[in-house]
Design a protein around this ligand. Structure first.
Ligand code: ZN
Ligand code: ZN
Length: 216
């Protein structure tokens, strides 16, 4: 029997979606906070090629880390972290390859990073990485890294949002947006979600690590 996305969406809205949640507020918060967070450190940097290289390397690192977390934690029942896989499963059951678009703006609760994960990223993950990096690089170079981490987070959210927009949305006329959407759609095929297309932001790890769907 085919999976009934519509019925699951209705059940999700009634039983899981918190009453206080507003997708509109969540989206606007990200649109406003992301440029503030990633541009502020850049305002204080002195140009350095090492900094630029570290900026690019940090984006690559974040993209790779998301691939690993998605592949090995969100699609597996890891002891102590099963709740993250359960949460991610909501995303897959709400959005399947032939029903990728959200219907109600509040449905993006399970499309964007939930507020608890956003808080973890900004208040634990990012500071710990900065602390480690501060032992190896100068303050100026650290500012490049900080900026890259914040830019990545905003990009990640936006790219996943774009991947779930309708086919006739204006962004789909942009070849890059269409490319990442087509790539992500394969991951939302229910029989492939545990084995293919774990890249969400920049789809460069799947072809390198053997998780690209061959007929795509
Ligand atoms: Zn998705
Ligand atoms: Zn997934």
């Amino acid at each position: 029997m085919a999976w009934d996305v519509q019925a699951y969406r209705e059940k999700f809205r009634k039983e899981v979606l918190p009453g206080y949640y507003s997708g509109k507020v969540h989206l606007w918060f990200l649109i406003i906070i992301t440029p503030i967070l990633f541009l502020t450190p850049l305002f204080f940097v002195k140009f350095s090629w090492t900094g630029v290289i570290l900026f690019v390397a940090s984006i690559w690192y974040c993209n790779f880390l998301v691939y690993l977390l998605h592949r090995y934690i969100l699609h597996r029942k890891v002891k102590g972290l099963k709740w993250t896989a359960d949460m991610h499963m909501h995303h897959h059951l709400l959005y399947t390859e032939d029903k990728m678009q959200y219907e109600h703006i509040d449905d993006i609760y399970m499309l964007l990073m939930p507020p608890s994960i956003w808080a973890y990223y900004h208040f634990i993950h990012v500071p710990v990485n900065f602390l480690i990096a501060s032992y190896f690089v100068s303050t100026n170079e650290l500012l490049y890294i900080i900026s890259a981490f914040y830019l990545w987070q905003g990009y990640y959210e936006l790219s996943h949002y774009i991947e779930h927009l309708p086919d006739d949305h204006w962004t789909m006329k942009i070849p890059y947006c269409k490319w990442i959407q087509e790539h992500h759609k394969i991951h939302h095929r229910l029989n492939l979600m545990n084995s293919k297309h774990f890249d969400i932001g920049i789809p460069i790890n799947d072809p390198l690590l053997g998780t690209k769907y061959k007929e795509y």
